[in-house]
Ligand binder design. Sequence first.
Ligand code: AAM
Length: 341
Amino acid sequence: MIVDLLGNLSERIKGKLGPFILVIGTTDVSLIPGISFAGASPELTMFTPAADAEFLMTGKCKVIDSVPVTPDGIPTPALITRASLSFLKVTRLIANAGSRVNPKIPFINLNGEPGKDIRYGGLRREVGEGILEQGVILGENLKSDIIYIGESVPGGTTTAAAVLSGLGYDGVSLVSSSSPVNPKELKKRVVDQALKSAPKETLERIFWLSDPVLIAVAGIALGFKGVTVLSGGTQMAAVAAILKELDKGKLSNVGIATTRWIINDSSSNLYSLAKEIGINLTYSNVSFAESKFNGLRAYEQGYVKEGVGAGGSMVMSLSSGVSSQELVRRIEEVYSSLINA
Ligand code: AAM
């Protein structure tokens, strides 16, 4: 089932299929120990976006031996996305906004750079402007009524918090995490330090506080003429906040589609962020509580929760008539192929 929390996105997307674009990139923020769990170790988070892209497209990873896992061994949400899209005849594209590790599969190069540690400036103005422009060009050339955009950027909830705070929203207290124990204190220290030295001019300020993925996703949405479904959690609220700065009118054609696990996350509040920004918000009401796999039931305890467009891809699948039961069964099949690989 699809649930609308703000706006009527589910009606507008019903039965409509469109390309799914995964935007990947890295930020050196994820090297700060304890800040991200989207990888088995801080060093391995640099491989996660490329490996997520490879898994989505081929069912296997090339840059690392097995799929990205959290430090507790819970596998990447890319498996949900791959399973959900397997029901649908839609184009899947990888756009690389700036990743330290390139995926060994075909990808669209947005000619960006990996994000630096935001305490000292995430993206220089030229780099940020370049990524934004390339995103717009890509968006302008996607001819469809609708697109879904997902993200993979470990450390992304911290850069999202920084961008949101920099634009005047409550950042750290409202963003989610790849961990069931959201490292708020650490995030707050990093964000506060980044804000202290951030430029005042709006665009430069956004680039300073951002990772490459937020900028690229905003660019694609800006350039695209149809309905854009931002497939993700609180990071997509930061994208919406950027869009609002750049082109307020755009928000009427954009919505966020996320997972039930983000909506139920007591450490974050996507609803309140989306409401304040003024963006549509919808989620896929899919539960893993009855799954036979520990690694999937862990989502119910707050592990992983969202990423790689998991929520949006489930929404697209559900909106084209796939049932929640069929969806969970297919996700379990993909999961079991992983543990038997
Ligand atoms: C992406 N790949 C992932 C994953 N994500 N593999 C395992 N677990 C995840 N949660 P944080 O800011 O805590 O690092 O969370 C953001 C990251 O988590 C993003 O990369 C998102 O796609 C997800």
